[in-house]
Design a protein around this ligand. Structure first.
Ligand code: G
Ligand code: G
Ligand code: MN
Ligand code: NA
Length: 260
């Protein structure tokens, strides 16, 4: 189809770029990590979002090279913010489960870290369980290899995919990210039963995360009220428009100094 054909040329044409969004402490709003988010600026279609082109890339086999590009590009930017003095600021990069299926994925990650001069401990890979990761040998080997390398693993969009609370102990995770649909319903719903339910759900996630020694990040936090609710529930990190939208590298310094 048309988008697929155009996506095949996007990389070579330089139409892909990255934006970065801070993940901050709750309370305090101190940035601890920057998540790299891919963007596609097409000459005719305009800005195409990753929720559109990532699934296309996954279907047509472009995700491997797109994912490699995103990692390489993001590590280059991270090397620059580290050189500018932000050494404690980690980098989070989204990876498709299909990338974890690649036999040489871990070697690729190690080579890109080496090339950028960024330590493995400064990198977190975010994976969304859009497919069931269980029982896939290559995926468990990749995940184990990343752990051995010292790269962190985050479970993205938690609560919406295949992953259940009982699964959190099966992957060597450091971080779980609560999907923004739950955060939105904390305060944004007219239905008190729904907001009570979402509160209970988040409290349960906080309890499980504490037991498993996982960091919990709430996504899509837009208002101070949501921030207060999440803090009261025991959530200690958050990401969202409350702190900053995603911005290109050129605007990072301004965003970081506004947050500090
Ligand atoms: O930033 P935005 O809300 O448009 O991102 C939408 C979704 O696309 C997010 O869930 C994010 O995890 C995913 N995404 C963004 N960039 C990448 C990428 O480089 N690779 C993969 N696999 N997913 C990405
Ligand atoms: O990996 P993930 O899909 O969670 O990536 C975050 C996505 O959420 C990005 O596409 C980003 O543009 C979007 N986003 C970031 N902050 C907010 C927010 O506060 N509210 C909403 N609705 N979307 C957000
Ligand atoms: Mn993500
Ligand atoms: Na997400």
């Amino acid at each position: 189809q048309l988008l697929e054909r155009e996506l095949r040329h996007a990389q070579a044409r330089g139409e892909l770029f990255l934006e970065f969004q801070p993940i901050c402490t709750l309370p305090g709003g101190r940035p601890v990590c920057l998540e790299a988010l891919s963007r596609w600026q097409h000459a005719e279609f305009g800005l195409v979002g990753p929720e559109v082109f990532i699934p296309i890339a996954e279907e047509c086999g472009l995700i491997t090279s797109l994912g490699e590009w995103a990692l390489q590009e993001a590590l280059g930017v991270a090397a620059r913010w580290r050189a500018a003095g932000f050494r404690e600021l980690r980098l989070a990069v989204n990876v498709s489960p299909l990338q974890l299926m690649q036999p040489h994925f871990v070697e690729m990650v190690a080579a890109e870290l080496e090339r950028a001069g960024v330590p493995a401990s400064a990198l977190e890979l975010e994976v969304t369980e859009g497919i069931d990761l269980r029982g896939r040998l290559q995926i468990s080997q990749s995940v184990e290899g990343l752990r051995a390398l010292g790269v962190g693993l985050s479970l993205d969009d938690f609560g919406t995919g295949f992953a259940s609370l009982s699964r959190l102990n099966d992957l060597p995770l450091q971080v779980v990210k609560i999907d923004r649909v739950f955060v939105a319903d904390l305060t944004g719903t007219e239905d008190p039963a729904r907001s009570r339910y979402v509160r209970t759900l988040i409290a349960a996630m906080v309890a499980v995360a504490a037991t498993l020694r996982l960091k919990l990040v709430a996504e899509g936090v837009e208002t101070p009220e949501q921030g207060r609710e999440l803090l009261a529930l025991g959530c200690t990190q958050a990401q969202g428009f409350l702190f900053a939208p995603s911005v290109p590298e050129e605007e990072l310094l301004a965003v970081l100094s506004a947050l500090n």
